[in-house]
Each structure stands twice: as structure tokens, then as C-alpha cells.
Ligand binder design. Structure first.
Ligand code: 5GP
Ligand code: MN
Ligand code: MN
Length: 327
């Protein structure tokens, strides 16, 4: 798969009038931020844009301007010429109803930073050296002279800030900081947007943290940390999928920990695994792929059938094997 150029993609956008913009299930800040950033640029160009996400808009991102335009599809087919998938490593991760909504599109554009993305679009732009899809879109929008409205500015900032752990992870580049400086120069309210992104957690998230801490287990001489969440606890606390977003960083940050893992029982009975590595020698994306998941070298995830304990045992065994190999 080879990438299209920015100008080929921009030309395709200019030549068409109706778009569906999608991202992955259980959307994070980069997913929703990317959808809004590019979608609003297209609207400023006079295009018709449908913002579709299989799981709708998470409550914690509802502060983003224009986010009320994100719609959860109900099985309808939309009359659109072009489908755009952003920050989504595989086509099925867009979700069944979102795919149905996009089924009439005759051109697919796929822009992403997941190295496991196979390039399922007609026009692809996959850059795994970029720490967020939002940063790719910033490069694209500025290089091609597309409109960069306040909505697009704020959405790009949140996309990149959330995917880089507030500009901390090692994937954060010179371009990331230069981009952030430019967004501030364009009028971004730094204190305001960070407060809305990071200092507005619902109380139930603290209760969730307490429950998770009770399940914390350390293995491999403190190099491997994991915690887990059963569905019953989610019901008890009335949790929403986004409530656990980023909590894994707490155990990833423990001194000596090289791999952190979060196991979660989902409502549909599937198990979701979230993995973080501080050690480039242990590529969690490779482990994720063994179980049908994907992601990045240092952050990856899985959704799979099985029991929480069964999946946990298999995934931890695989991780321990790799940790021991680079002891
Ligand atoms: P998180 O742990 O924050 O949910 O996800 C970490 C990274 O792995 C993200 O970039 C995310 O897109 C990717 N990822 C998470 N779960 C899955 C999955 O089930 N399949 C694939 N292909 N990627 C995933
Ligand atoms: Mn994402
Ligand atoms: Mn991303």
C-alpha cells in the first residue's frame, strides 16, 4: 500500500460535495477531534458533512465545539459521495451501522497513524510516525490551504493532546510542539481547553479507580502491572465506556513498570484489553495482533471473545515471554 499525496486527497475533497466522516468504535479524543477538525474544514468549503460514530459522542468530549453534530447511526444508508475514515486502524472498527451508513459512497479516504492500518481506502494516508491523526490533519489542512476555523483549531488540539498524554509520550515530535504553538497563536484558549479536557472528570471515575486499584497485580519483579474490571462493577457504578479512558497511565507510571495492561469485560460479553509499553523492545502492537487487535508499538488494544481470566492468562503469558526475552 502506498500513500496518496496530500494534494491528491485535497483534490478529491474539492471535487465532491457530500461526505460521511467516521472514526473507530469507543471513540477517544483523537477520533472525535479528527472527525470534527476535517469535517468543519469541509463545511467551511461549502460541503455537506455527516459526522457518524458507531458509539456516538462520549460525554467527556461534549465540550468540543460542534460536537453535537456527531450522530450515532441506526442502520440507515446516507446519500453521500465520499466516505472518510479517520484514526481507525481497520474497516470493521468503524462499526456495522457506520459501515451501513457509508455504503453508498463511491470513494473511500483513509487517514490514520496506526502502523497496523492495512490501507483499506481508495486514497490512503497512513503515517505511523505521527503521534495523532489530528497532527496529520493539521499538516494536511495547512499544507493544502484548507480552512482552519476555531472549531478545527480546538478539535486538532484536543486530538493531539489526548493521544500524546498531554504532549508527554515519546512519539511527541518537534512538529507537535510547533503545531501547538501555531494553534495558540491562532487564538486557542490553553487554560480553558485543558481544564475541560482534563479537570472535569465525573465522580464515578474516582470510584472506578478505587475498584481498579483493588485488583492491581504486579508480576515479573514489578515490570508487569495489570488491573481488571468486571461488568458487574460497571453496572454498579453506572460507568460509561469513556470513564476508564487514560486510567491505565496510573499503573504505567509506576517506577519499574515496563508493561501495563487493563482487562475489561464488555456488556456484549467480549473482553477488551488495553496495553501500554515503556520499553520499545516489547512491541504491544505485535501482541495485540496475535489476538486480532492492533495499534501502536507502545499502545495497543484487543477486543476478543473469551472469559476475563482466560484472556488475561493468555495475554499476560505472551507479554511475560517477551519481557523475559529482553531481561
Ligand atoms: P486504548 O488502549 O487507548 O483503547 O487503545 C490504544 C491503541 O490501540 C489505540 O491507538 C487504539 O486505536 C488501538 N486499539 C485499541 N483497541 C483496539 C482493537 O480492538 N483493535 C485494533 N485494531 N486496535 C485497537
Ligand atoms: Mn483513537
Ligand atoms: Mn489516534
Amino acid at each position: 500500500m502506498s500513500n496518496a499525496t496530500f494534494s491528491e486527497i485535497a483534490q478529491a475533497l474539492r471535487e465532491h460535495n457530500s461526505f460521511i466522516i467516521m472514526s473507530h468504535v469507543r471513540p477517544d479524543g483523537d477520533a472525535i477531534g479528527s472527525q470534527l477538525a476535517l469535517g468543519h474544514a469541509l463545511e467551511e468549503m461549502g460541503k455537506t458533512v455527516h459526522y457518524i460514530n458507531e458509539d456516538g459522542l462520549p460525554e467527556n468530549l461534549a465540550f468540543l465545539p460542534h460536537s453535537d453534530r456527531i450522530v450515532q447511526p441506526q442502520g440507515e444508508e446516507l446519500d453521500v459521495e465520499v466516505a472518510i475514515a479517520l484514526d481507525c486502524a481497520t474497516k470493521p472498527r468503524l462499526g456495522d451501522n457506520a459501515l451501513k451508513a457509508a455504503s453508498k459512497a463511491k470513494l473511500w479516504i483513509n487517514m490514520d497513524h496506526h502502523k497496523s492500518n492495512p490501507g483499506y481506502g481508495d486514497l490512503n494516508f497512513i503515517d505511523s510516525s505521527s503521534p495523532a491523526t489530528g497532527q496529520i490533519l493539521y499538516n494536511f489542512i495547512t499544507a493544502e490551504g484548507l480552512p482552519l476555523s476555531d472549531v478545527t483549531r480546538d478539535s486538532i488540539y484536543v486530538a493531539v493532546s489526548t493521544d500524546t498524554g498531554s504532549f508527554q509520550y515519546s512519539g511527541t515530535t518537534v512538529e507537535t510542539y510547533e503545531m501547538a504553538a501555531d494553534l495558540v497563536r491562532r487564538g486557542l484558549d490553553v487554560g480553558g481547553i485543558n481544564a475541560k479536557t482534563y479537570d472535569s472528570h465525573p465522580y464515578r471515575r474516582v470510584e472506578l479507580t478505587r475498584r481498579l486499584l483493588n485488583t492491581l497485580e504486579m508480576a515479573d519483579d514489578g515490570r508487569l502491572a495489570d488491573w481488571r474490571l468486571v461488568y458487574k462493577t460497571q453496572e454498579e457504578l453506572g460507568l460509561k465506556p469513556e470513564d476508564s479512558e487514560g486510567l491505565i497511565d496510573m499503573i504505567r507510571a509506576i517506577q519499574g513498570v515496563e508493561i501495563a495492561v487493563f482487562f475489561e469485560e464488555l456488556q456484549d460479553g467480549q473482553i477488551r484489553v488495553s496495553m501500554r509499553s515503556k520499553n520499545k523492545a516489547v512491541d504491544v502492537c505485535e501482541v495485540a495482533k496475535m489476538f486480532g487487535g492492533g495499534g501502536h508499538t507502545l499502545a495497543a488494544g484487543i477486543r476478543t471473545e473469551g472469559t476475563l481470566e482466560g484472556v488475561r492468562e493468555q495475554v499476560l503469558a505472551e507479554l511475560r515471554k517477551r519481557l523475559d526475552a529482553c531481561a
